[in-house]
Design a protein around this ligand. Structure first.
Ligand code: B12
Ligand code: SF4
Length: 455
């Protein structure tokens, strides 16, 4: 066993977010395999991000009347390579093992179709891992028996075990142990990607993680199934080393943190931001936290420090403006509404471009609450990020919500664009209207928000 090809599969949806498709999980998997002596390559099927319009799947036919209307999605699309292109690239690579990332329930059917085609054409074992593989391992086995192995959990633990149990290493590889590796001591294998393929505007970017795990219990979240409930931070120096190396050798100028709760330990964050702010080499770099930062530990001092460290945009998740709803879904409760708005005011004064994310359609949320909250936020000079509620496999809500099997059992519907989960208060029509309403109001406010934030 020598060559392993890691694949980020194509996806099919009404939209995607091109600036966040960095295959970080696969780069960690690649790093583990490299440490174990394998020859590894990455095939990112989302690069280049070609789009092809597809016929609207029958199961989304209820959206047909809305497609193409202003501010709504235009059409259902395939993003990335065609299956034929993937098969050609795999054929050229001649791998001994193919390992596919499956992060999303919503896109599992595309990944599954790819596996079936790969298995028809090549006599090569296929392994699948990632968030979706972890949360739905047994179900995947039943649904797609063509997959040879489904590996649950972080690559740092499941891959060494898998290699050991299946005797996949060859005699020349000096593997002393098949024990889990410490993710904090690994650096994701950024070098396997072409830097110029990952750009935001004119800047090369990358995504990275400084911490894993989250002690909160938000009912709609399933992250603990992969990374656990304990915060586990890297040392500040190792994060800086990763940043400097990529700055120097790959021209990276924007570092996007995909941590789930980076601001949990305020002390760590202060130390990190101070180190970036005073590092001569990283002086002109930008930091983003597109997966959102917890606002509970943020304050004026920290915001000023963030500014000095090259943060310009803030993505904050408030979920709902109704404290009862936040409590019902176990959101952190340390800051009340007044304190949250004070924070927004400070952030705006310092010139940050702020987006506050709301979920639309949690059971218990009402139309009035969402409209009032959105208006308050727009009044405070921030943009509103509308995130239509979707199910995540293995989350408390997904397990406990009483939904018809046509919804609960159909992973294709585990995406916000499906507007799949209707509640007593909010039917599908309401969700679509609210989504469009927020987009329209954002647009009306965008110029004002941008002007203030850059002045
Ligand atoms: C960045 C991100 C995105 C990016 C895309 C990332 C990509 N490369 O494809 C964007 C912004 C586009 C995105 C979109 C969506 N996302 Co998202 N996203 C994330 C996020 C925040 C970080 C991913 C990441 O880099 N993690 C860090 C890496 C290191 O972790 P990891 O990927 O899990 O990898 C580890 C293990 O899983 C494993 N592993 C991973 N791959 C492999 C492969 C093999 C072979 C093996 C053995 C192991 C292995 O080892 C890795 C290292 O330990 C995750 C949450 C999270 N913390 O993971 C959600 C997450 C993946 N997203 C999720 C969802 C649902 C979505 C949406 C579908 C939601 C929606 N709006 O409908 C949208 C789709 C929108 C669209 N049309 O594009 C869910 C998926 C849940 C599920 N199982 O279905 C997650 C888990 C968040 C959540 N709990 O809600 N997302
Ligand atoms: S949503 Fe964020 S804060 Fe809540 S449990 Fe998940 S990772 Fe933690």
């Amino acid at each position: 066993m020598k060559r392993i090809l890691l694949i980020q599969p194509p996806l099919e949806d009404f939209y995607t977010t091109p600036i966040r498709l960095y295959p970080l999980g696969l780069l960690y998997a690649a790093s583990v395999l490299k440490v174990m002596g394998f020859q590894v390559e990455i095939l990112d099927c989302l690069k280049p991000l070609r789009k092809k319009q597809l016929p609207l799947p029958q199961k989304f036919s209820y959206l047909k009347q809305h497609l193409g209307q202003p501010l709504f999605f235009k059409s259902f699309q395939r993003f990335g390579m065609t299956t034929e292109q993937v098969l050609t690239r795999v054929g050229e690579n001649c791998p001994d093992l193919i390992a596919i990332n499956s992060s999303f329930a919503a896109y599992f059917s595309t990944a599954a179709e790819l596996v079936r085609e790969l298995k028809k054409k090549f006599r090569v074992p296929v392994v699948v891992g990632g968030n979706q593989a972890t949360c739905c391992r047994d179900e995947i086995k039943t649904r797609v028996p063509e997959i040879d192995y489904i590996l649950a959990g972080p690559a740092e633990s499941c891959l060494p075990r898998f290699i050991g149990e299946n005797s996949l290493a060859n005699a020349r590889q000096e593997i002393i142990s098949f024990q889990p590796l410490d993710w904090k001591k690994l650096r994701p294998a950024h070098e396997l990607l072409e830097p110029s393929s990952y750009r935001i505007g004119k800047k090369n970017y990358l995504s990275l993680q400084a911490s894993r795990g989250c002690p909160q219990n938000c009912s709609f979240c399933n992250i603990h199934l992969v990374f656990g409930r304990r915060m586990d931070y890297r040392t500040v120096s190792s994060v800086l080393e990763e940043m400097r190396w990529n700055y120097r050798y790959r021209g990276v100028r924007l570092f996007n943190f995909e941590d789930d709760n980076l601001a949990f330990d305020r002390g760590w964050l202060v130390e990190f931001l101070e180190a970036v702010a005073t590092d001569p080499e990283l002086e002109r770099c930008e930091l983003t936290f597109m997966n959102g930062l917890g606002y509970e530990n943020l304050d004026g001092d920290l915001l000023e420090l963030m500014k000095r460290a090259g943060v310009r945009k803030l993505d904050l998740s408030w979920v709902s403006g109704n404290a009862d709803v936040r409590q019902r879904y176990h959101r952190p409760q340390k800051k009340d509404e007044a304190e949250f708005f004070d924070l927004l005011k400070m952030a705006r004064r310092l010139g940050f471009f702020v987006t506050v994310y709301l979920i639309l359609g949690l059971p218990g949320q009402s139309r009035e609450e969402i409209v009032n909250t959105s208006e308050k936020l727009l009044e405070a000079g921030v943009l509103v990020g509308p995130s239509v509620f979707y199910l995540t496999p293995g989350s408390e809500l997904q397990r406990n919500l009483k939904l018809p099997l046509e919804i609960a059992g159909d992973w294709d519907l585990y995406r916000s664009t499906a507007f799949a989960v209707e509640t007593e208060e909010l039917r599908r029509r309401d969700l679509i209207e609210l989504f469009l309403y927020i987009r329209k109001r954002n647009l009306e406010n965008r110029t004002r928000v941008f002007r203030v934030s850059t002045s």
